[in-house]
Design a protein around this ligand. Structure first.
Ligand code: GLC
Length: 638
């Protein structure tokens, strides 16, 4: 029993850097408690926490406590338990086995910690003793020389560090915005998963790994947490949109406080939007961490493997869909308000593809996940085929759509989604350059959203969801439409803006998303880093260099706004936060990568030749065969 208790203590303690926690874990009066604020790990006078439930339970009394005293654990259970905790509670009654105390998932996480900690120590030694570039993990030196760093970059680093959020004394993320002039902070004082990605990459490229490791492990703990929205629980595996570290008085002890992690899965977010992108970004960052540090022990931990699988299961679950693209509600990604992107928005598909490829690289091949790997491979092939074929437009394709026949009933219909040519918007007829093309924003039955969305297109390049030709064509479009997409401040989130009646109907008359503002055609400096990765991948870094120069003219002087308004991005956004962390981090990452383009490898997914083969098989099969499951399975053996 002592060993299992020790294992539980390990899982609680290894979420943060091990040095501080080791000391704490040997303290006999440490205990794990579920209080009115959630689950936390405490000591006398100092407190260390592991996990917290969401704030809607703040009115409930402490309901569960789990003490570690000399390896003996005891429980105090009370009222107000959710179903999940009821089962935890029931399992907790017998005290002779740790499996009665924690659920199966937690147990797997514990084992993972035990096994991984040995490996991790070994690898940490390699990292400490050896040059990163030659440590045998295929890692290149990624630390930038400080010489030559511009003053804007120096300022950005100072601001980025100032935005760091600590939990139990260790950095776990960066606050969304640090605007001292803004009294209406809403949830900008939280750590957003998607906003942290450029911060995390900046720290990785600088060789400061702890904050990223802590972020990965703490958000992982939030993943399996109970979450409900008006009595409905979203699927297991969902990652929060954001979390906040709260320091609260310790119950019954005025002299002490405790830190708690308070996640928001969208239950408190404006519009109650589900953050579909969070888990996908988490996987992408996890891979980047492994590639950057050479420390694979984090991704190999059983709790981390479980976390990856939970995200995949949620994404790969069967539904009513006919398409391989992920079906989501409006506002489920960076654009987290109503903007007419419900359905199959490109951004989610590109992140999904990237996360699938990244997960495939990281998943350990034990038997249990064979089905998952098969499902994952099947989805990758179908997804790349679908997006490359049906989302792509250029002059040739546009002309084809212009001449589409409609109402085709058959397996070999050319116009599969019954797109009426009249849908081609007049602006596009003028706007589409002869050289260049892009992936449309969304595809649904009888509906193509022809708007250009930057993040989806750029991440299609980074993830190789777009072919090499398509990737170059997207960059050609940026060059051809520089004034529209870069203008006075990179980068347009989408082009063009919804105006007039369209704005009224599609945004629901959203005063924040007025034409050429915010999500509706606003310009977002954070997108610089994705442009940089994409242009480096295609060996055209000058595109990003030029965009960075445009940003440098005013971004620091303007105090790092969240977004800019107007057609050319000339004004600081109407309601834009200043000192927005991902604007700062996006700029920093762009500079770091341009100084060391090799480092972009930690984010890029290279074209998978097996997928390419499967893709060409699909193209050459006859349409009716494409419907047959048998036909599909035969075409990709991976
Ligand atoms: C806005 C953005 C969202 C971002 C959040 C925090 O809501 O639309 O993408 O994560 O602010 O910066």
């Amino acid at each position: 029993m002592a060993a299992t208790s020790e294992a539980v203590r390990q899982v609680l303690c290894t979420a943060g850097p091990s040095i501080s926690h080791t000391g704490l874990c040997s303290n006999k009066s440490n205990f794990l408690a579920l209080s009115k604020y959630g689950l936390s790990y405490r000591t006398e006078n100092v407190s260390w926490c592991t996990k917290i439930k969401s704030s809607r339970h703040q009115n409930s009394r402490r309901i569960f406590a789990f003490h570690f005293v000399d390896g003996v654990h005891s429980l105090h259970c009370g009222s107000n338990l959710s179903d999940r905790f009821r089962s935890l509670n029931c399992k907790c009654r017998q005290t002779d086995s740790v499996t009665d105390v924690v659920n199966e998932d937690l147990n797997r996480r514990i084992n993972g910690v035990e096994n991984a900690s040995v490996l991790e120590n070994e690898k940490r030694e390699v990292l400490l003793n050896g040059d990163l570039a030659t440590n045998g993990h295929g890692v290149f030196s990624s630390t930038l020389p400080m010489a030559g760093i511009s003053s804007a970059e120096e300022e950005a680093w100072d601001l980025l560090r100032a935005s760091m959020v600590n939990y139990c004394g260790n950095p776990v993320g960066t606050i969304a915005a640090n605007d001292p002039s803004d009294s209406n902070i809403l949830n900008y004082d939280q750590v957003f998963i998607r906003d942290f990605i450029p911060s995390g990459i900046a720290f990785l490229l600088k060789g400061e790994y702890d904050i990223v490791r802590n972020f990965i492990l703490h958000t992982l703990q939030l993943q399996s947490w109970e979450k409900t929205m008006d009595c409905h629980s979203p699927g297991q595996g969902l990652m929060p949109a954001s979390f906040k570290v709260r320091t609260v008085p310790l119950d019954g002890d005025d002299s002490a406080t405790e830190d708690i992690l308070d996640p928001d899965f969208g239950e408190a977010a404006i519009g109650r939007v589900a953050p579909v992108d969070s888990g996908l970004w988490w996987i992408i960052l996890l891979r980047a961490y492994g590639k950057s540090t050479g420390d694979l022990s984090v991704q190999e931990r059983i709790d981390v493997q479980t976390g990856i699988k939970m995200i995949l299961k949620l994404c790969l679950a069967d539904g009513f869909d006919m398409f391989p693209t992920l079906l989501v509600t409006d506002g489920s990604c960076m654009i987290d308000r109503r903007m007419g992107i419900h359905g199959h928005p490109l951004e989610i598909q590109a992140l999904f593809y990237s996360a699938l490829l990244s997960a495939r690289e990281m998943l350990t091949r034990e038997d249990a996940s064979a089905d998952l790997i098969t499902a994952l491979n099947n989805r990758l092939v179908a997804l790349s085929f679908h997006v490359r074929e049906y989302y792509w437009i250029d002059m040739r394709k546009l002309n084809e759509i212009y001449r589409y026949k409609t109402e085709e009933y058959s397996y070999d219909a050319v116009n599969k989604f019954n797109i009426y040519p009249d849908q081609i918007p007049p602006w596009l007829v003028e706007w589409m350059p002869n050289k260049g093309g892009y992936m449309i924003g969304n595809l649904q039955p009888a509906h193509m959203d022809f708007r250009f969305f930057s993040l989806g297109n750029l991440w299609s390049i980074v993830s190789s969801l777009a072919t090499a030709d398509q990737s170059h064509a997207i960059l050609d479009l940026y060059e051809a439409k520089w004034a529209d997409l870069v203008g006075d401040m990179p980068l347009k989130i989408c082009y063009p803006a919804l105006e007039g009646e369209e704005w009224r109907i599609i945004t629901g008359s959203d005063p924040k998303n007025t034409p050429w503002s915010y999500h509706n055609g606003g310009s977002w400096p954070t997108l610089l880093w994705q442009l940089t990765v994409a242009s480096i991948k295609m060996n055209r870094p000058e595109i990003a260099e030029n965009a960075v120069k445009v940003a440098e003219r005013r971004i620091a002087r303007d105090k790092w706004p969240e977004y800019y308004d107007t057609k050319r991005g000339r004004f600081i956004g109407k309601q834009a936060r200043l000192f927005q962390t991902w604007s700062i981090a996006g700029y920093v990452v762009a500079k770091q990568l341009l100084a060391n383009p090799e480092a972009a490898k930690i984010l890029v997914n290279v074209e998978d030749m097996e997928l390419v083969n499967a893709f060409s098989c699909m193209l050459s099969t006859n349409p009716k065969k494409k419907r047959s499951r048998k036909g599909l399975k035969q075409s990709f053996i991976i």
